[in-house]
Design a protein around this ligand. Sequence first.
Ligand code: NAD
Length: 358
Amino acid sequence: MKIGVISGDGIGPEVVREAKKVLDASASKNGYSIDYTEILMGGCSIDRYGVPLTDEAINAAKASDAVLMGSIGGNTSTSPWYKLPPDKRPEAGLLGIRKALNLFANLRPSVLYDELKSACPLSEKTAQKGFDLIIVRELTGGLYFGTRYTEEKDGVTTAVDTLTYSEEEIRRCAVKAFEIASKRRKKVTSVDKANVLDSSRLWRKVTEEVARDYPDVKLSHMLVDNAAMQLVKDPSQFDVVFTENMFGDILSDEAAEITGSIGMLSSASLNETKFGLYEPSGGSAPDIAGQNIANPIATILSAAMMLRFSFDRDREASDIENAVKMVLKEGYRTTDIMSEGMKRVNTDEMGTLIAERL
Ligand code: NAD
């Protein structure tokens, strides 16, 4: 496996180190080998090259089978990186690499672990049911990429954003959603605003066409306002939630929040090939960087997603997920998920415990 590694800034290098520890344990147990290539992106690339993403970095990512990433960026009020123009700031590197690699499908799992139910901000009754869903968000189309401008007409300032989707953009992402659902509980909820938007009506039509190729997966449609309510009312009803860029942006943060633990949530961004960029859902957490207290589990679970989606190693991915559950069951917690009576461990101890359980 040729894996590009973007450790990045803040807690990035700390959590990536633990994910590599777990991957190496999986590799030696299962008899495969990994060749890592370090890639600079974000603030560390600005410090070295003056830009957040170089052509060399893009080429190194393209030459890899998959990329494992920590996170990029610094303290947005105090870091000198944020005095730079927007296209030179750390986050421009992330947008640049997504574009260069054509990463159009963003996967954000949202899982409530039995052991962490007390962190769930929903009602006890809802939390007791638990949930395990994944949001598949279209990442390179829609409102964020359409034509936008602000103009003055007859003395009135007007701002315009355009929401555009082509059949092909919807279809390729729908295929990903159905493929993923067919490996899970075989349910896709497509979320749109088809009672108002043309783009949503096309979204529904194309999604229904794709569904015909997956007869064992059940498709239903839900309006986005209802989906926002249902996520807090009964998230256990969802398996795969498939939606467009802006709806997915908002719903995936809502879905993250209801788990109560950002340090546990993985994510993946995929293109048409098996290639993917895998990273924790949280950012570089400058407030706790360098203290060896960050939770590495989100990055470790992102590495598990990488084994599943880029390398078709389902069993090895499940082994890592089970090792995480085991360590939680044994009562080990990093500071962010600590509760009374549990055993507090730091970042590298958590990584070692998970690697050992493999
Ligand atoms: P953040 O996710 O970095 O931090 C929010 C809170 O969550 C902080 O209190 C932090 O300590 C905590 N947290 C996050 N991950 C954690 C972990 N693994 N373990 C324990 N606690 C964790 O969000 P922010 O403060 O809004 O952003 C900080 C920087 O990260 C900014 O520069 C932002 O642009 C960047 N960012 C990067 C990415 C990315 O690389 N994909 C994503 C989001 C934000």
